[in-house]
Design a protein around this ligand. Structure first.
Ligand SMILES: Cc1ncc(C[n+]2csc(CCOP(=O)(O)OP(=O)(O)O)c2C)c(N)n1
Ligand SMILES: [Mg+2]
Length: 783
């Protein structure tokens, strides 16, 4: 019996093939049961992907059972999740009860999910391109923790992706990033079935795609023809057959599926004439089954797949990609059909498939008996894949504060961030866990000081080039560096940040990752941010500079909707401080929170506008840091008090760069209009809102509702007062405050694209200058 040596042990191929068949059955049946048998509870279709799963069954069976070990981490293309469920079940790592619970509430997730699935999933996938790029950046994060703490997983970071997924540009950004070159611990396997969701992919793109990888230094392994085709190529006329198949557009090749033997023969012979035609005709006439011959693809040949995996394993100096030619719907009636992406087998087709695999309605969910050849192969794989007990990553105590002084000169939040980071780098333990990442904007986002001190990271020491001599930047580049300098692609930045924020899980070594990006480009990176937080990653993202306060940079660089994004993204708290110490407290608190089991990430929205620190220093002096600090961290503090006796009173609520304008408006209201204003600063509108919202909705969850910070921030005596909200961003972000306080609210902010000008000019144009705030307060006061 044929065997293949893998992982130092030989795998019996016929046993592996028997399991492969069962995996196909189970994956298909898992989707089938969810759609045809389980009561759905609503009128919507349940869905699931039998054809996309079938396409990967050979690849995944070979990978799981004869190649992977406990150190490897794998990302599975979203539509092949049932294959993973079938394998995990056969390995005894997923309870049988889950097989009938695909897409059920509390059951198996539609697409692999780290946070929601009932069994350990290495990588979440779903949005094509992200889950498959993430492991490449995970391989990079692994190198980082290896060079710093000797904490590599020791394994590989593997992506299993669809061929149409390669349309997603972010994958190519990740491949092109110089830091991902040479990562021998990365492997991609492309399920090349020539079909996307809607159609057969036009043309023959594989050669072009493979060339892109080669140019970027990858080892490209092609698994194109199965052994029957290869044998046919070696015969007389075989070269013609190869040429014909190679040159045939995908649409024409795909049309051969489901065609009769005569039609297949006709299509293959079509371009040839004379002697060539005769030679190929002879070859085809001699073949036992032309239909099976043209379908003989490498991605469904277990032995070839194992050979390819072995070669990839041996390539340690650069990433590998396997182009595995497959058939979408392999082994099923829907194989290769153009519209099969969401097609489901009929009840009759399921019945005959069940018979074909030798199962009955009673035995259809069974695994293999212990002691059977299949059972033994599975047991060996289970042992190899067992990660055992892994200690939790250590946590690091963050100091309560770094300074007890406010800066005497005006300073922007962005500059203050740079200083705080530099001071943090000197703190024991915490300092060495810091890692910063920036997409070519380290200097312009004030990481320069930190980078000068901590150095730039590279896996090996780099020479210092002479031209750097006159530069204020003294960047040492080597394995002890703590700043990862990337190319401009913002998606790479946030995906790497996401992976650095998961080393507590993958390598059980905790990092405190901080990424900086120009705030408007948070939107370019947005899906990667969501991907990372959905994956349970913990990091600090700094968007700076932000808003129209970046006056001279004009509309293309002035962010508007990022506060709303921050408020609305789960797992990420948005904070927009104004003062240096406010920023320091928020950041220190975040570094503590991101280490907690139920922790979260922080998104800091900063600015380059120099801010006079005196109002905050006075507040701390008057009230005491021990009272101001918890309020800052809870999302808001009172900066200026209205005289309670005044007849006309308003509440002005603001944050970040708008605090000075709001204070000026409060003074003008008092002096010119006889109106007294309380100024509250929303250090984190996100935290303030969500805590208030949770307290309001507590009874829905059967919990008692405790007062929220908002009620402390605006006591009952002020709650009826009209409120004006002011933000350098979409006015909508703070406008909820009116309804939260149950009062009239005039929200000010930036609701049109920005433009170039001086700060006072643009503030006036967009209605967030002191005069506009005064007018808004008077409007709010009107009965
Ligand atoms: C970003 C994103 N866009 C669109 C989709 C919807 N979608 C899911 S699968 C798919 C096509 C998949 O084709 P391919 O990658 O070749 O996988 P196959 O099913 O052929 O294995 C599309 C467009 C998605 N999941 N994510
Ligand atoms: Mg495809």
């Amino acid at each position: 019996m044929a065997t293949s040596v893998s992982q130092g042990t030989s795998v019996d191929l016929s046993t592996l093939a028997a399991i492969e068949r069962r995996v196909l059955w189970l994956a298909v049946r898992i989707v089938d049961y969810a759609n045809r048998e389980r009561p759905s509870g609503d009128a919507l279709k349940v869905g699931g992907h039998q054809a996309s799963s079938a396409s990967m069954v050979t690849l995944m069976t070979a990978l799981w059972l004869a190649d992977l070990d406990a150190r490897d981490r794998v990302s599975v293309k979203p539509h092949a999740s049932p294959v993973m469920h079938a394998l995990e079940y056969l390995l005894g790592r997923l309870d049988r009860s889950y097989l009938t619970r695909l897409r059920d509430f509390g059951g198996l997730q539609s697409y692999p999910s780290r946070s929601k699935d009932a069994f350990p999933v290495d990588y979440s996938t779903g949005s094509v391109g992200l889950g498959s790029a993430a492991p490449l950046l995970g391989a990079l994060a692994d190198r980082y923790v290896e060079t710093h703490f000797g904490a590599s997983t020791g394994g590989r970071f593997i992506s299993l992706l669809g061929d149409a997924e390669l349309d997603e540009g972010n994958l190519w950004e990740a491949v092109a990033e110089p830091l991902t070159r040479g990562l021998g611990n990365a492997l991609w396997i492309v399920d090349l079935n020539r079909q996307s969701l809607d159609r057969v992919i036009p043309g023959i793109r594989a050669a072009e795609l493979e060339a892109h990888f080669r140019t970027s230094g990858w080892d490209v392994i092609e698994l194109k023809y199965g052994r029957r085709l290869r044998a046919a190529f070696a015969e007389d006329g075989g070269e013609l057959l190869r040429r014909r198949i190679d040159e045939m557009p995908n649409e024409a090749y795909q049309a051969l599926y489901g065609a009769s033997a005569d039609d297949v023969r006709g299509a293959l012979l079509e371009p040839f004439e004379g002697a060539e035609r005769e030679s190929l005709a002879q070859l085809l006439d001699g073949a036992d089954d032309v239909v099976a011959l043209v379908r003989d693809l490498g991605g469904h040949d277990l032995e070839d797949v194992l050979d390819a995996l072995r070669r990839a394993r041996e390539t340690a100096d650069r990433p590998s990609v396997v182009f595995a030619y497959t058939i979408k719907g392999y082994g099923l009636e829907i194989a290769g059909r153009p519209q099969n992406h969401s097609a489901l087998l009929t009840g009759a087709q399921i019945e005959s498939f069940r018979l074909e695999v030798g199962l009955t309605p009673e035995s259809e969910w069974d695994g293999f008996a212990p002691g059977s050849p299949e059972g033994e192969l599975l047991e060996a794989a289970r042992e190899r894949l067992d990660r055992g007990e892994r200690p939790a990553a250590a946590t690091f105590a963050v100091p309560p504060s770094l300074t007890d002084r406010d800066p005497s000169a005006p300073i922007s939040t962005q500059a203050a961030f740079g200083r705080v980071l530099l001071e943090l780098s000197r703190v024991d333990e915490v300092g060495e866990r810091l890692v910063t990442v920036s997409p070519d904007v380290a200097v312009s986002t004030n990481l320069g000081g930190f980078v000068n001190k901590a150095g730039v990271w590279a896996p090996a020491q780099q020479p210092v080039y002479d031209e750097m001599e006159d530069s204020p930047l003294k960047w040492r580049v080597g394995p002890t560096g703590q700043h990862v300098e990337m190319g401009i692609a913002e998606m790479n930045l946030v995906l790497l940040l996401g992976q650095l924020g998961l080393t507590w899980d993958y390598q059980r070594e905790r990092l405190l990752p901080i990424g900086t990006v120009y705030d408007p480009f948070v939107m370019r990176a947005l899906e990667g941010i969501v991907y990372s937080t959905y994956s349970g990653s913990r990091f600090v993202l700094v968007g700076t500079p932000s808003g129209i306060s970046l006056s001279r940079e004009g509309g293309a660089h002035q962010s508007i909707s990022t506060p709303g994004i921050g408020i609305e993204t789960p797992g990420l708290t948005y904070a927009e401080p104004c003062y240096a110490r406010e920023l320091e407290w928020l950041l220190l608190d975040a570094l503590d929170r991101l280490q907690r089991e139920d922790g979260e990430s922080l998104y800091l929205r900063l600015s380059t506008k120099p801010i006079d620190q005196a109002p905050f220093a006075r507040l701390v002096e008057d009230v005491g840091a021990d009272l101001v600090r918890p309020a800052v961290v809870a999302g808001g503090f009172r900066l200026r008090e209205a005289r309670p006796a005044a007849e006309d009173r308003v509440v002005l609520a603001t944050c970040g760069a708008m605090v000075p304008e709001t204070l000026a408006a409060a003074d003008a209201l008092a002096e010119d209009e006889g109106v007294e204003a309380t100024v509250i600063v929303l250090s984190s509108a996100d935290r303030l809102f969500h805590e208030w919202q949770r307290s309001r909705t507590a009874p829905l969850r059967g919990e008692p509702s405790a007062p929220s910070h908002l009620e402390r921030l605006v006591p009952a005596s002020e709650r009826e007062l009209p409120v004006v909200t002011v933000i350098d961003g979409s006015s909508h972000a703070l406008s909820w405050l009116g309804s939260a306080l149950g009062t009239r609210c005039v929200p000010l902010g930036v609701d049109r694209f920005g433009q170039t000008g001086s700060q006072p000019e643009v503030y006036a144009e967009y209605g967030i200058d002191p005069a506009s705030i005064v007018t808004a307060a008077l409007v709010a006061l009107e009965p």
